[in-house]
Design a protein around this ligand. Structure first.
Ligand code: DON
Length: 325
């Protein structure tokens, strides 16, 4: 880092100017009071709607954070690209995509539908993510207990985040499990259609899915994960090769086409960057070969995306030429 600094070889050489733009975009979005917190579990409903944080980590490790960037939130659906990445890495894309498709569903994230092959459409919606959890549990190191598997996934996520330690919110986990009629319906529907690998224990698989949604991180930590994805799978903080480039390519492709719920097409059109949102109000945004960004603010629009996060992305693309096309 220091050698590069002396040579002015950073991917964003004028980082101080860039920070000024980020600050302006941050304050502009801060005054946006649109949206409502998720209401299906009390822990998310109670989160402060004022909370707003933005963290940036470039592929060469320059970092900037503003706002509520150290307040923990649950990963929720931001865990989906991460479990998918882990499955690609350990099982390979052929095995994974034997069970789950690569097509946007064109429907809400928790809808009770499968594709024309009776597979979940993609790993970024609930059905697909539940299935990916069953693959991780049943096919990768099947001898591990659920407890061991939990530690194994936590430490993988942590490696994506430069060895930062993630947390776990047990109250959210318990609430998720209580409020999960639709997810159970999806789970059983997929069992009826023989979607899972043999020997899948559905109860364990559902718990594993809720646990992944209930892991906790903050903007600072998640921006490093996004930067690892921006950097072809090498964590810019530790220089560890966590993911193969082909896994990263697959993850980013599906974040691009399916990462923003039923707004994914419009987001791809307007913003043109791979991103993933979660009901806690978090958003992972990847600018390939440049940087990872995490934004967090609980109020959501009717489709489930963070209102301030979306405004930030729109603004980012107006100011910088990061749209893929
Ligand atoms: O499965 C659920 O309903 C939540 N725990 C996760 C939802 C979420 O963030 C939306 N996902 N695409």
């Amino acid at each position: 880092l220091i050698t590069r600094a002396f040579r002015s070889q950073f991917v964003i050489p004028d980082f101080q100017d860039f920070i000024k733009d980020i600050e302006e975009m941050y304050w502009a979005a801060k005054s946006n009071t649109d949206g409502k917190n998720a209401s299906y579990i009390p822990q998310l409903t109670r989160a402060s709607p004022e909370s707003w944080g933005v963290s940036v980590c470039t592929i060469d490790g320059q970092r900037f954070s503003i706002g509520d960037v150290t307040v923990p939130f649950t990963l929720q659906s931001c865990s989906k690209p991460l479990t998918y990445a882990m499955a690609l890495e350990t099982l390979g894309p052929d095995v994974v995509h034997n069970y789950v498709g690569t097509e946007p569903s064109g429907r809400n994230f928790n809808e009770l539908i499968l594709d024309y092959n009776m597979k979940p459409h993609n790993p970024m919606i609930n059905a697909g993510a539940i299935l990916v959890c069953s693959l991780l549990k049943t096919l990768d190191k099947p001898e591990m207990t659920l407890a061991e598997k939990f530690d194994y996934v936590m430490s993988f996520f942590s490696r994506l985040a430069g060895n930062e330690v993630l947390g776990f919110n047990n109250a959210v986990f318990l609430s998720e499990r209580e409020a999960a009629d639709r997810n159970y319906a999806l789970g059983f529907y997929m069992r009826e259609h023989k979607c899972y690998p043999e020997k899948t224990n559905l109860r364990e698989c559902m718990d594993f899915y809720f646990q992944c949604c209930s892991m906790e991180a903050n903007c600072d930590i998640m921006s490093i994960m996004a930067a690892t994805l921006a950097n072809g799978g090498i964590c810019p903080i530790t220089d560890e090769k966590v993911l193969r480039p082909d896994s990263v390519r697959n993850v980013l492709s599906l974040m691009h086409s399916c990462g923003m719920y039923d707004y994914s097409g419009q987001f791809a059109f307007k913003v043109g960057l791979p991103a993933k949102s979660g009901v806690s109000g978090a958003m992972l945004i990847v600018v390939p070969n440049v940087m990872g960004i995490c934004t967090w603010s609980p109020p959501l629009d009717p489709l489930g995306n963070s209102c301030r996060g979306l405004q930030f992305c729109d603004d980012l693309i107006k100011r910088f030429n990061f749209h893929k096309y």
